[in-house]
Write a protein that binds this ligand. Structure first.
Ligand SMILES: Cc1ncc(COP(=O)(O)O)c(C=O)c1O
Length: 474
């Protein structure tokens, strides 16, 4: 599993250096484009990086979801797919890997994370109920709302402050949660929706102390806790690094302990679990499992494949094993930090502390002259693409969507552009290119103008919305 005392070769001798714990066996060429080509592609995509063709992208940091590189073992596992309609042997391998590393009893496979969110929300939420969580995530909240619930943000205030250096900005504010329980009653709260390394807060972790205290509070009120385990391995790394009493524990041990304070979890396996597609739900309550097993056959597939092929499940179970390796997680987070540190050194405003899976550029500070309803973070994604063919994602007002009651934009405190780093894909040299491109865009920020939304889908609008520059005339 890991090498001695979880130390890198460099650390064993008191040196700074570290390196990826793998070497490259297969390469995929990427294409550089001219400024002219990029301008054309961006206009055709309606200034939305989701609508670009990947062939027109040079370095793709749109998402760390499903974009990682599988290992040679995982590719070998693909050849061992048992594509039986029912009872595939790969499902049992998956079940075993989840039980071993996450510790839950009952497993329901799904095609990806949102499939699991759908099933859990439908199984547990009744119309009019409240679901507290440590900051919203787009698909998670939407499924809670579609089930008739209302999401309530109970993350600590520091999470909304991009410059706060609090080491665990993903923590739940227990007072906010207690207030909600007092106001609405425990019976109106089906569960707490807890996420590891909170994506929308900039990849910020939750401490072990916080989940322990949350467990105690929830048990007192008979409220369950379900965990979005999508990036929980990366969360375990931050606990190992920052929390007293955990520096000698392995990522695998920390992960399992954290999960033990929760009642179950859902997973987008496309992130931590190192596969291109897949997801799962895992719970300890046999009655809930029964409901979920009924639902999965309606929406995803039979309960032993849930929308995945047998080969996908094999790659996933091997991915789970690889994902908890200390060397792997350290290299992954250190690469993100390498990029972040370059940007900090050049005075570029990013969310601090640097998170686990991505760098979040603070678009409000980039473009103080662009009002939030002219989409500064979206403008910044366009700028990075136009500069160097780098694809990033908006995580601000466009992602936040509209309030279902008032119909107005939600105006989030954080207006961010995310540079998500795929796992085991890019080298340090790619990070240098990204850093210099970001600096180029930062240096020309004063000449930049806003965008106008000219097409807006009803749900999850950030995926397909179209924009044009303010003042544009055809
Ligand atoms: C924190 C978090 N939860 C859930 C999901 C949804 O998972 P999927 O994209 O696999 O449907 C994502 C995906 O980006 C995520 O980042």
């Amino acid at each position: 599993m890991t090498n001695s005392n979880y130390k890198t070769m460099g650390q064993q001798f008191g040196r700074r250096s570290w390196a990826e714990p793998w070497k490259i066996k297969m390469v995929e060429p990427i294409r550089m484009t001219t400024r002219e080509e990029r301008e054309k592609a961006m206009a055709e995509a309606g200034y939305n990086t989701f609508l670009l063709r990947s062939a027109d992208v040079y370095i793709d940091l749109l998402s760390d979801s499903g974009t990682g590189a599988m290992s040679d073992r995982q590719w070998a596992g693909i050849m061992l797919g048992d594509e039986a309609y029912a009872g595939s042997r790969n499902f049992y391998h998956l079940e075993e890997a989840i039980r071993k590393h996450y510790g839950y009893k009952f497993i329901v496979p799904t095609h990806q994370g949102r499939g699991a969110e759908h099933l859990l929300s439908q199984a547990l939420i009744h119309a009019g109920q409240y679901i507290p969580g440590n900051m919203y995530f787009t698909t998670t909240r939407l499924h809670q709302e579609l089930a008739g619930g209302t999401f309530v943000d109970v993350i600590i205030d520091e999470a909304h402050d991009p410059s706060s250096l609090q080491p665990f900005k993903g923590d739940v504010d227990l007072e906010k949660l207690e207030d909600l329980i007092k106001r609405e009653g425990a019976d109106n709260i089906p569960y707490v929706s807890l996420a590891g390394t909170v994506n929308m807060a900039g990849g910020q972790p939750v401490s072990m102390a916080n989940v322990q205290a949350l467990r105690e509070l929830c048990s007192r009120h008979g409220i369950r806790i379900y965990l979005d385990a999508t990036r929980m391995v990366e969360n375990a790394f931050f606990i190992q690094e920052r929390e007293e009493g955990y520096s000698e524990k392995s990522i695998a041990e920390i992960l399992k302990e954290f999960c033990s304070y929760t009642d179950g979890a859902w997973m987008s396996a496309k992130k931590d679990n190192l596969v291109n597609i897949g997801g799962w739900l895992a719970v300890n309550d046999p009655n809930l499992f029964d409901t979920l097993r009924n639902l999965v056959v309606v929406f995803e597939g039979l309960h032993t494949y849930g929308g995945m092929a047998g080969r996908d499940m094999e790659a996933l179970s091997l991915g789970i094993e690889e994902s908890v390796d200390d060397d792997h997680v350290r290299a992954r987070v250190e690469q993100v930090r390498y990029l972040g540190q370059l940007l900090i050194d050049w005075g570029i405003p990013i969310v601090l502390p640097i998170g686990g899976h991505a760098i979040f550029l603070n678009a409000k500070v980039f473009y103080p002259h662009i009002p939030q309803d002219q989409f500064p973070a979206q403008v910044l994604t366009a700028g990075l693409y136009l500069d160097s063919g780098i694809r990033a994602m908006e995580r601000g007002i466009v992602s936040a969507g509209r309030d279902p009651k008032t119909g107005d934009h939600r105006y989030p405190a954080l207006e961010l552009t995310r540079l998500a780093i795929p796992r085991r894909v890019y080298t340090q040299a790619h990070m240098d290119v990204v850093a210099e491109a970001t600096k180029g865009v930062f240096d020309s920020r004063e000449q930049t103008t806003g965008l106008k939304m000219i097409y807006e889908p009803k749900q999850l609008r950030f995926f397909q919305a179209r924009f044009e520059p303010v003042g544009f005339r055809a």
